[in-house]
Design a protein around this ligand. Structure first.
Ligand code: GAR
Length: 205
């Protein structure tokens, strides 16, 4: 993770409930001052800083991350505001076991500045997506999506805040579904078998 860590906080909060089926074993950041590290420390979760600048290549950086994850006994990786591209080798090593959250309703608005682009496009619905990570950027089987309305007068910050609130619901839900074995991947698609807690969070009318 790279920064603020509000999605990490949502995962930490969810995992603090004894009924949640996953434990947060390790928080890794490539940025030494990331507030996310403080959040983890407050929750009593081990942290590791792996500064990408200390590695000669993406491959070596990813290998260091991989070693840290495996040494901690991690079974599922959650990318949360992680703003670096990952090598194909790393991604393939966590195939089906690595989630990412992206601030748009994929496959719309892959990449950066999603809220600005959603406003420019004039979409009436926007949102976020939790998906399994594949080597292609912001691609991969969709596990959970949350939609929010785009309201008259929204600027990018207002829209981002509305989406972020839903990110904090969507990510713990997606992790729970994956851990509980309720996510089946068939090629590029995931189907979610969840009675009661589906994979769609929809906006208020
Ligand atoms: C979130 O909005 C997340 O969806 C986005 O970065 C933000 C991180 O916030 N991720 C991406 O853009 C990934 N390409 P957080 O640090 O408060 O969780």
């Amino acid at each position: 993770m790279s920064g603020r860590g509000s999605n990490l906080q949502a995962l930490l909060d969810a995992a603090a409930d004894p009924a949640f089926p996953a434990e947060i074993a390790l928080v890794i950041s490539n940025i030494s001052g990331a507030y996310a590290l403080e959040r983890a420390a407050k929750a009593g979760v081990p942290t590791e800083i792996i500064p990408h600048k200390q590695y000669a290549s993406r491959k070596e950086f990813d290998a260091a991350v991989d070693r840290a994850l495996r040494a901690a006994g991690v079974e599922i990786v959650c990318l949360a505001g992680f703003m670096r591209l990952l090598t194909t080798g790393f991604v393939e090593g966590w195939n089906g076991r690595m989630l990412n959250i992206h601030p748009s309703l994929l496959p719309s608005f892959k990449g950066l500045h999603t809220h600005e682009r959603a406003l420019e496009a004039g979409v009436k619905l926007h949102g976020c997506t939790v998906h399994l990570v594949t080597p292609e950027l912001d691609d991969g089987p969709i596990v959970v999506q949350a939609a929010v309305p785009v309201l008259a007068g929204d600027d990018a910050d207002a829209l981002a805040a509305r989406v972020l609130e839903q990110e904090h619901r969507a990510y713990p839900l997606a992790l729970r579904l994956l851990v509980e074995g309720k996510v089946a991947v068939d090629g590029a698609r995931a189907t979610v078998d969840a009675q009661g807690a589906g994979s769609l969070i929809s906006p208020l009318p």
